[in-house]
Design a protein around this ligand. Sequence first.
Ligand code: UGA
Length: 367
Amino acid sequence: MKILCLGGAGFIGSHLTARLLKERHTITVVDQDHEKIQEWVGLDNLRIIKEDIRRPDWGLMELVQDADVVIDLIAYANPGLYVKMPLEVFRLNFTENLKIAEACVALKKRLIQFSTCEVYGKTPASFMNGHLLEADDPLHATFSEDTTNLIMGPVNKHRWIYASAKQLLERVLHAYGLEIGFNYTIIRPFNFIGPKIDFLLSENDGIPRVFSFFMDALLSGTDMKLVNGGHNRRCYTYIDDAVEAIYRIIMDVNGVCNREIFNIGTPGNEISIRELANKMQDIYVRRYPRTDAPLPQIVDVSGEEFYGKGYEDSDRRIPDISKAEALIGWKPQWGLNELLESTMDYYVDHVNTTQAKNVSPLKETHI
Ligand code: UGA
């Protein structure tokens, strides 16, 4: 298959590219950076185009025309950015992504669009101020693609601009499907984790996701910061499980993915951020006994202090994955301990190698 993978050198993209190359597909990756897929440069079934899709007339139509399927992974997906530069987050995640979708519409190409579990927003329990009966029942936080209401915070909490942009893009794709039979599939990732997820703070002054903040703290001995008490919960999914699901959606051997939305996540891997900090410390002490940095302190910090004004959070999100199980026969395999160990191993090795070779730092632009 000829696959155009936009953002194919980001975290998810680099793992997906590896799988597609292994299966002998012909891939064109468009990305600003290609450090995460450096090891495959030169393979005859991989073409890499270093490009910023915001540049006018950069050649999108020709590439879409040439592809059997288009995968769009281009996004700003780190909460720190939603607060720091909301307009640019809207522009990239909606305006620029819409151009890709409309190119696929015009040229009648199948599109696999990455969205986010953030479109679900908050749980009913979070805004009922303790008035919801059995508020902690996981059912209140278990989100299904086609039936769950999407609950965003107020406009002055501009963290939600990202979720709103993604939601609007999903709605536009749905409308194209409805009105002209456009062939698309939407994927909503639930906190994928694995090697290359983000840069470490010591190597980049950006704002990564929580795993990298904590990993960096462990490696450097600086504080692990719990935003608003670290009470919010996430369900982590190992990248290999995620890539298996994505691959099945791309292949769509039973022809069941057209105009469908899929949650891809691991409901059994739920953990609060406070528990995550403790678990990463435990693994670190047990697994890397010879590192010399002292264990970091775990300290509390407010969301505004950490991210800036306009921050608000998803309190809890558990994926209902019954559709993925039923339509593509997918079930995640990786438990929480093993996925954290595998990801932490990568970063410990990466830092050792970087220090030994003094190679250039990792950067993160796309999901
Ligand atoms: C982000 C994106 O917004 C999602 O679109 C994406 O699907 C998701 O990452 C992902 O990785 O898949 P979020 O889970 O909020 O969502 O991102 P993190 O930055 O990893 O934050 C998770 C939680 O940890 C939040 O409650 C945050 O406040 C907290 N946090 C973060 C800390 O307590 N300490 C830190 O140092 C960093």
